[in-house]
Write a protein that binds this ligand. Structure first.
Ligand SMILES: Cc1cc2nc3c(=O)[nH]c(=O)nc-3n(C[C@H](O)[C@H](O)[C@H](O)COP(=O)(O)OP(=O)(O)OC[C@H]3O[C@@H](n4cnc5c(N)ncnc54)[C@H](O)[C@@H]3O)c2cc1C
Ligand code: SF4
Length: 453
């Protein structure tokens, strides 16, 4: 284990945010990385519990070997720690930045948990910096060809593992840049796009082919030995009023950052209302403030969550408690108050404004209507499954959640067709998509070897 008394001697310390004023002037990384000594001290806090819940089903979906790499990091064996991490984690540079760290919420130290996410990020970035991360080209090729449709985290994870297993992999992506929501969804300040691009270059050097600006056609089932549909689940939940969907807004914002141009949907000088109090809504808040909006409000239908865990939400479950994320903190800094208004929804559009109404449950409370200034209405009210086009093209039926999960819970749809990631499970998390992409790759590998027929 790390240091037996480490957790009593060293306080938990996450990578701090950059100062609000500084970070609101750009779209650069939110956090300031900490030096080696601080990282080793944080790793020393791991108690190597008899039952490490951090790597159980309550914790990391990749089942990362957390106590093992924390111990190695504490002992200054960064390279060995990184190797141990890479046994289960395909892209720690993504999860180390955007993972909500389910492992930390399941840590025995509870609110004083280890800083696994920051430790993981330190290990992989040190690996890149020191040149330890080099293309790993398979020694032997199997001669089997696999097409992966979609280059989000699930597609990349499936492609990465299938390539390592010796298959010839082609990723087919309809967008102009690879990465799925890692590229066009999660804002640059949370996940700099140069980090996504660096991994794509590495995968190319390892032999994975990327076809961009390409819509997958069903003929590929005849051209390849297996096909994995990893097209995501971005179909937005619509409202009774017209607004701009969050992913369209965030995509335009990232495109503008990458090309140095004005965004095609711009919050500059506008009163912005975001409908949806979740993480996507928070990303819209952070982006709109950076673009120079005049004001920002976030509407949430549900009541404010409790500050502490309720009795029916015990450790090590994910805590359903109030979180104030970076965008909301930035709004508080700019406007002096939390942008979130709870138990409220939008009723109709007015000239330069919207009419809101308070809710009891899901029912509007008469007489609580209010006009709020609004020049840009962003809808971040969740997702209702995958787009029907890919399902129709490949003649795949969707389940009640609008996804492609086969009844037997596997990844195998029919013949040589498989699905993975959000397209199979519904909108989820990067870490879950990575785990699902890897699980699909193993199933495809067994199929290609003839084990599953
Ligand atoms: C705004 C936003 C912020 C988020 N932030 C976080 C976060 O901070 N942390 C976190 O853990 N999770 C976050 N998530 C969730 C996470 O991004 C997703 O769960 C994850 O990206 C899903 O990965 P995926 O590979 O299944 O699909 P996606 O990332 O959606 O990728 C699917 C890809 O498939 C392509 N595609 C679809 N159909 C076709 C076709 N027919 N032909 C060719 N290409 C096709 C699409 O263009 C897309 O590039 C966020 C989600 C959103 C919307
Ligand atoms: S991927 Fe997420 S849950 Fe897993 S170890 Fe890293 S931060 Fe924790």
């Amino acid at each position: 284990m790390g240091k037996p008394t480490g957790f009593m001697e060293v306080a938990r310390m996450e990578n701090p945010y950059r100062d609000e004023e500084a970070r609101l002037r750009d779209f650069d990384d939110l956090h300031i990385p900490q030096p080696t000594d601080a990282r080793r001290a944080q790793a020393s806090r791991c108690m190597n519990c008899g039952v490490p819940f951090c790597q159980s089903d309550f914790g990391c979906p990749l089942h990362n070997l957390i106590p093992e790499w924390n111990d190695l990091l504490y002992r200054g064996k960064e390279r060995e720690a990184l190797e141990r991490l890479l046994q289960t984690a395909p892209f720690p540079e993504f999860t180390g930045r955007v993972c909500p760290a389910l492992c930390e919420k399941a840590c025995n130290l509870e609110s004083d948990a280890l800083t696994n996410r920051d430790n993981e990020l330190y290990l992989i970035e040190t690996g890149f910096e020191k040149g330890w991360i080099q293309p790993r080209i398979p020694h032997k090729r199997t001669g089997k060809r696999v097409a992966v449709v979609g280059s989000g985290p699930s597609g990349l994870a499936a492609a990465d593992l299938l390539n390592r297993l010796g298959h010839e992999v082609t990723v087919i992506e309809r967008a102009d840049r690879p990465g799925g929501l890692l590229m066009y969804g999660i804002p640059n300040m949370k996940l700099p796009k140069a980090v996504v691009e660096r991994r794509i270059q590495l995968m190319k050097a390892e032999g994975v082919r990327f076809l961009l600006n390409t819509e997958a056609k069903p003929e590929i089932m005849g051209e390849y030995d297996a096909v994995a549909l990893c097209g995501g689940a971005k179909k937005p939940r619509a409202l009774n009023v017209k607004g701009i969907f969050a992913v369209d807004y965030l995509t335009a914002a990232t495109r503008a950052v990458l090309t140095g141009s004005e965004p095609t949907i711009n919050a500059k000088g506008k009163n912005v209302v975001v409908v949806g109090g979740g993480d996507t809504g928070n990303d819209c808040v952070g982006t709109a403030i950076r673009q120079g909006c005049a004001s920002i409000i976030q509407l949430e239908m549900m009541p404010s969550p409790p500050v502490e865990r309720l009795f029916n939400n015990p450790w090590p479950e994910w805590p359903r408690t109030l979180r104030t994320d970076y965008g909301q903190l930035e709004a508080i800094h700019r406007q002096g108050s939390d942008p979130r208004i709870y138990e409220t929804t939008v009723r109709r559009l007015l000239p330069g404004a919207i009419e809101t109404v308070k809710l009891k449950g899901f029912d509007p409370i008469p007489g609580t209507e209010q006009a709020l200034p609004c020049d840009l209405l962003l809808i971040a009210a969740g997702f209702v499954g995958c787009e029907e086009t890919t399902a129709a093209t490949f003649s795949v039926g969707l389940n009640k959640r609008g996804c492609m999960m086969p009844d037997d819970g596997s990844h195998h749809l029919r013949d040589n067709l498989f699905s993975a990631g959000d397209m199979r499970t519904g909108q989820s998390l990067v870490v879950r998509s990575l785990a699902d992409g890897r699980a699909a790759a193993l199933e495809i590998d067994r199929y290609l070897k003839g084990d599953a027929q």
